[in-house]
Structures are given as C-alpha cells and as structure tokens.
Design a protein around this ligand. Structure first.
Ligand code: KG4
Ligand code: ZN
Length: 334
C-alpha cells in the first residue's frame, strides 16, 4: 500500500474535532463539532459542559470523518490525539477515544501537543523551510517558537500573564460583546481610531516575552473612569486603540525575532491569527523581506483536528509512539 493515512482527534477545549490527512499534507477529512452556542450564555467555556458535549459528539464525529474520507477504520495507519495542554476533562474524552480505537483496530497511537498542532496547520498549505519562527496567539497561548527542524520546538518568548486571546475576550466582556470576543473587537476596531493611547508592554529591550494584563487593566480603568465622569467613549475607538496596542507589540516582537534568528518563514497560528489587524500589520512588516509570512486560512486558525493530524503524521514518521497508558496532561509543555 502506497498512501498513508493519519486520523487525529482534538478535544482540548470546546470543539470536538476529527480529521484525516493523507501522506502528511493532504487533508481528506476535517470535521469540527463546535459547542460555542452552549457556552455563550456563560461568557466563556464551562469545563463540565465541554466534557459532556465531547462525550455526546465523539463517536458521531469519528464516523463523520471516516465517511468524509470514504475510508474504513482498518485503512488508517496511525491515530493521533491531542494529549495537552487544555481542559483535563475535555482532553480525556479524546485521549480515551483514541486509545479505544487504537486498541480495537491494532493501530499505533501518537500523542500531540496542541500548540505543535496550531503550528503544523500551516504545513497543510505550504511546506516548511527551516528555520521557521511561529507566533502562536490563542485563547490560552502567546508564544514565539523557533524550529530548526521538524518536531523541534524552542520557546524564545511567551506571555508573562494573560494570553492575547484572553485579553481580547476580557476586554470584549467589558464592552458587553458576545463570547468569544476576539472577532467582535476585530470588527469594531476597523470602524474606530487609535486615539486612547493605551500602553504597550515592551518589557526589557532584548526580551521576546509579552504581557497583556496591564493593557487589559488600562482599558477597564479607562471605561470605568469615563462612566464615572459621565463621558461616553466610542466602543469603536476603545476596540481600535486596544487592538492597535496588541498588534503593535505582537508584530514588532515577531519581526525582531525573525530578523535576529534569520528565519526563512514566519508562521502565525492560533485563534488570534484570524485577526485582520494583526494580519495587515504582519503583511506590511514582512513584505519585501527574505522571510516568508504564512498565515493559515481562517478554518485552520481556530481549533481543529486537521492541525493535530498534520503534526501527528510527522511525529509518527519520526517514530514517536504512545502506549495505552497515554494520559491527558492539562499542563503539557512543548
Ligand atoms: O486557538 P483557539 O481557537 O483556541 C485556543 O486554543 O485558545 O483561539 C481562541 C481565541 C479566543 O480568545 C478568540 O477570542 C480569539 O482566539 N480570536 C480572535 C479572533 N478570532 C478568534 N482574536 C482576535 N481577533 C479575531 N479575529
Ligand atoms: Zn487552540
């Protein structure tokens, strides 16, 4: 048999997802069952509800993915699964489903780090040319990760407090926008102006680390003070000013790191990679440089299993195997 198929399961947060890749880079099935509607009224993901939905959806999602690829489970060569980081109860559903399938069908099992997945989503679009720098920006992560070869991840910068997406969601909540707030702020920001002069946390001159909690507090305080003084701030301007600060710091640090490490490609990954302001700023910064900018299409930016299959296929080729003692690890490091 020539072709190789890797099936992947992702249940780390609020999407039950199963995907199948052929020969590492060709996506043949990509099914995502989102639970966003169930969490919306709570203004965030409720872990217990997430786990219960994953249990309801996992078998159906698996069947849907095999159906989409027109494959039988016996034709799959390896089963990859997100082992962490994420919500432990949510991760456990995926890990147990993967173990059950691997055991029942006698297939090898591969554990995948969720962030490795976000990075590898890009390989479904374009082959990597090392060294590669990734700016991973999601609800739980803000990291600059250097890769000199497949499967090697060096974290050169990370957030010291809130993740970028988390800051987006918290500011959105203060503006009474629905959850998840990132896309709403992004849309509002396009209609407003950067006039509120929010701080930018550059930290030490040579640091690639990030900090967003000060910015978040500045926005909340500004809204609070305006309210007390009876002044109304235009939400469009609050969104535009907040976004300008986040985008300025993210794009400037990513650019500096790309130059310092002489990378061939820069990848933007995670839910916040969907941000139009960030996309525009990065395009501007990297245009005409020797660094190629890769940003996955929107459906591969937010959580999905295609990215886990892409990362899992490489780990599988490199010989990584998990045993039936594979466990969910909510604090797994890269
Ligand atoms: O990667 P992801 O789907 O899940 C995590 O692993 O966290 O990222 C979700 C995060 C949320 O915080 C959401 O508000 C943010 O990505 N997000 C955005 C945009 N779309 C999603 N943030 C800013 N602008 C967007 N357009
Ligand atoms: Zn994610």
């Amino acid at each position: 048999k020539q072709d190789q198929y890797v099936l992947a399961i992702e249940t780390s947060c609020d999407e039950t997802a199963v995907a199948i890749v052929k020969n590492e880079r060709e996506l043949v099935a990509n099914v995502v069952a989102s639970q966003i509607e169930s969490h919306k009224r709570f203004g965030g993901v409720v872990p217990e509800i997430a786990s219960r939905h994953h249990i309801e959806q996992i078998t159906l999602t698996l069947e849907a993915a095999l159906g989409e690829a027109e494959l039988e489970a016996d034709e799959i060569d390896a089963i990859a699964v997100t082992e962490g980081p994420g919500l432990v109860g949510a991760l456990l559903v995926g890990v147990n489903a993967a173990k059950a399938l691997a055991f029942a069908k006698g297939k090898p099992l591969v554990g995948v780090h969720h962030i490795a997945g976000h990075i590898y989503a890009n390989r479904l679009e374009k082959e990597f040319t090392f060294p590669v720098l990734s700016l991973v920006v999601s609800g739980g992560h803000t990291e600059l990760i250097l890769m000199n070869e497949h499967g090697s991840f060096e974290v050169i910068g990370e957030t010291r407090d809130d993740a970028a997406g988390e800051a987006y969601d918290k500011v959105a909540r203060t503006l009474k926008l629905p959850y998840p707030g990132g896309p709403h702020i992004d849309k509002l920001a396009a209609e407003g102006e950067d006039v509120l002069n929010f701080p930018r946390a550059w930290l030490e001159a040579d640091s690639y680390d990030f900090s967003f909690s000060g910015l978040k507090s500045a926005v909340i305080n500004k809204l609070h003070n305006a309210k007390q003084k009876g002044v109304t701030l235009k939400p469009e301007d609050v969104a535009a000013s907040f976004q300008a600060s986040v985008v300025d710091v993210l794009s400037t640090k990513a650019y500096r790191a790309a130059i310092d490490y002489g990378v061939k490609q820069i990848i933007v990954a995670g839910g916040v990679a969907a941000n139009q302001g960030l996309r525009n700023a990065l395009h501007e910064k990297f245009e005409g440089t020797d660094t190629e900018l890769l940003i996955p299409p929107l459906h591969l930016c937010t959580d999905n299993a295609a990215m886990i299959a892409a990362a899992g296929a490489v780990a599988f080729k490199q010989g990584h195997r998990a045993g039936y003692d594979l466990n969910a690890n909510p604090a797994l490091s890269l």
